[in-house]
Design a protein around this ligand. Structure first.
Ligand SMILES: *[C@@H]1O[C@H](CO)[C@@H](O)[C@H](O)[C@H]1NC(C)=O
Ligand SMILES: *[C@@H]1O[C@H](CO)[C@@H](O)[C@H](O)[C@H]1NC(C)=O
Ligand SMILES: *[C@@H]1O[C@H](CO)[C@@H](O)[C@H](O)[C@H]1NC(C)=O
Ligand SMILES: *[C@@H]1O[C@H](CO)[C@@H](O)[C@H](O)[C@H]1NC(C)=O
Ligand SMILES: *[C@@H]1O[C@H](CO)[C@@H](O)[C@H](O)[C@H]1NC(C)=O
Ligand SMILES: *[C@@H]1O[C@H](CO)[C@@H](O)[C@H](O)[C@H]1NC(C)=O
Ligand SMILES: *[C@@H]1O[C@H](CO)[C@@H](O)[C@H](O)[C@H]1NC(C)=O
Length: 430
């Protein structure tokens, strides 16, 4: 069986002698067998190259999808081009920013009730200037206005942020929108807080520059002052005893700062800057400072005591009020420490948390792409390859037949060099 197959292949001949008398010609027969082998090899190589290249090469076609839904869009390849029907979209249409403010802005301590309760309505002239009863009410009014001002500032900035537009000629992917909007929000937060802090500093500087009198006479007052040498002098100033041998004059340094507290009432209406205010102190309010201006001094204060009901009640016991107030909740999550100064909180616009919601659904609905075009890369399937091969087959055999016939004839002519034995090979089958 194997032998027959072997002899069959050894004698395989597609070419027939065109000898008119069909006389056996050994030489020609051998040539035809060789031609057949060459033919099979070339045919095989060409065909397999063709099949392989077809199989490996990809077919690229352009696909267009009309009115793609968001779900369809998300399954499209990344290079899909989906022009938006609106190129410019405003952030307000798909971004919402909300803020959660520091708990002090919703606490008792910015209420009118508190501000009225701590206001000392009897003559404050006999009180030390750093006494909480002198300056506290004004400080908390300043704190309350800081809450209002930051809220107003944020909502004004938000209105202009919402009007800002994003240019999106094509539908942008969710991750691109996310990162783009996040960057804008970050920018917005920085700009808003920088603007606010600058404005606040400007107002503070203006007050000091113009030597505006604080209504509470905490920065400047016509007072008799006992200087270090013991003499009394009438002067228009406010001085705070800082240490044994130095004091702070509000006209020279607008940042005078002394611990606030409840002090014993003075017997004279002049200020003895040499007095030891620690001896006069009945209660020290932790972290709370007094100074030339209520706004400056509240900014430099911390609200530690107002997180502690014990501390708050002790303070209330010195005030002429029967009302009760609740301390802030120290266990409530906050990005600020209880020991953070009000300035540190205000620098962050008193915001605990920015709650942003970037709605990709809304973005997509606003962009409303009319169509998507993308190129689809496909492998040729088996049917496709076979069809191409069959189409190609006819031409291939014809060309091979011609070439090989001519080559074999040429070789024969050269070998025999006899004009009489002309050989013509005819292809007869495959
Ligand atoms: C105290 O100092 C002031 C100026 O600093 C001076 O005018 C006054 O005479 C001094 N009084 C005494 C008693 O030395
Ligand atoms: C204020 O002045 C008095 C009197 O010399 C002094 O004993 C005290 O230490 C000074 N400083 C403070 C912070 O009270
Ligand atoms: C102030 O002076 C008193 C004694 O006169 C002294 O005991 C105290 O340590 C001094 N305080 C400062 C802050 O220097
Ligand atoms: C609360 O304040 C009181 C009195 O000022 C103090 O003794 C206590 O340690 C404070 N508690 C906390 C948790 O800070
Ligand atoms: C506080 O309450 C007492 C009685 O409960 C009352 O006599 C007093 O007038 C009240 N004081 C104030 C300031 O309301
Ligand atoms: C304080 O805040 C914590 C955490 O938010 C909460 O569990 C607790 O009930 C609050 N306490 C009061 C008195 O509101
Ligand atoms: C964002 O807003 C959409 C509606 O506008 C809402 O369905 C979604 O739950 C919000 N997402 C968050 C995290 O708040």
């Amino acid at each position: 069986m194997m032998n027959t197959l072997k002899t069959y292949f050894l004698n395989l001949n597609f070419f027939q002698s065109s000898n008119p008398y069909n006389q056996p010609d050994d030489h020609e027969h051998r040539s035809n067998i060789i031609a057949t082998r060459v033919y099979i090899i070339i045919y095989g190589i060409t065909l397999s190259t063709l099949i392989l290249s077809l199989w490996l090469s990809a077919n690229i076609s352009q696909v267009t999808l009309e009115y793609p839904t968001q779900n369809q869009f998300q399954t499209l390849p990344l290079d899909a081009q989906c022009p938006c029907s609106r190129i410019s979209l405003s952030y307000g249409q798909f971004v919402s920013i909300q803020t959660r403010f520091h708990q002090v802005c919703s606490s008792d301590f910015i209420s009118d009730r508190w501000i009225k309760a701590i206001f000392y309505d009897s003559d404050a002239t006999y009180l030390y200037r750093a006494d909480f009863r002198t300056i506290g009410s004004a400080q908390f009014r300043a704190l309350s206005s800081l809450c209002d001002l930051t809220k107003t500032s944020i909502s004004r900035s938000l209105a202009s942020f919402n009007m800002k537009s994003i240019i999106s000629p094509y539908v942008l992917s969710q991750s691109v929108i996310q990162s783009e909007v996040q960057t804008s929000i970050e920018q917005f937060r920085l700009t808003t807080s920088n603007t606010f802090v600058k404005q606040l500093e400007f107002v503070q500087k203006m007050i000091i520059g113009n030597q505006l009198l604080s209504a509470l006479q905490t920065n400047i007052a016509p007072l008799y002052v006992q200087i270090f040498n013991g003499s009394l002098q009438l002067g228009y100033y406010m001085v705070y005893n800082i240490s044994n041998d130095s004091y702070c004059d509000c006209q020279i340094n607008d940042n005078c700062r002394v611990p606030s507290g409840i002090f014993k009432e003075l017997k004279q209406s002049y200020i003895n800057i040499l007095f030891d205010n620690t001896q006069l102190m009945s209660m020290k309010i932790d972290g709370f400072s007094a100074g030339c201006m209520p706004m400056d001094s509240i900014l430099q204060s911390t609200l530690q005591c107002f997180y502690n009901q014990t501390c708050l009640n002790e303070l209330l016991s010195f005030l002429s009020t029967n009302e009760s107030f609740t301390a802030m909740n120290i266990s409530k999550y906050s990005r600020f420490e209880p020991s953070s100064t009000v300035k540190e909180i205000v620098n962050e616009l008193m915001v605990e948390e920015w709650i942003t919601n970037i709605s990709y659904e809304k973005y997509y609905a606003q962009c409303a792409p009319i169509q998507c075009t993308y190129s689809k890369v496909e492998k040729h399937d088996l049917v496709n390859v076979l069809t191409t091969v069959i189409t190609f087959h006819g031409g291939l055999t014809l060309v091979l037949k011609l070439i090989i016939t001519h080559i074999v004839r040429f070789i024969h002519r050269k070998k025999d060099n006899e004009p009489s034995s002309q050989i013509s090979c005819t292809y007869y089958a495959v």
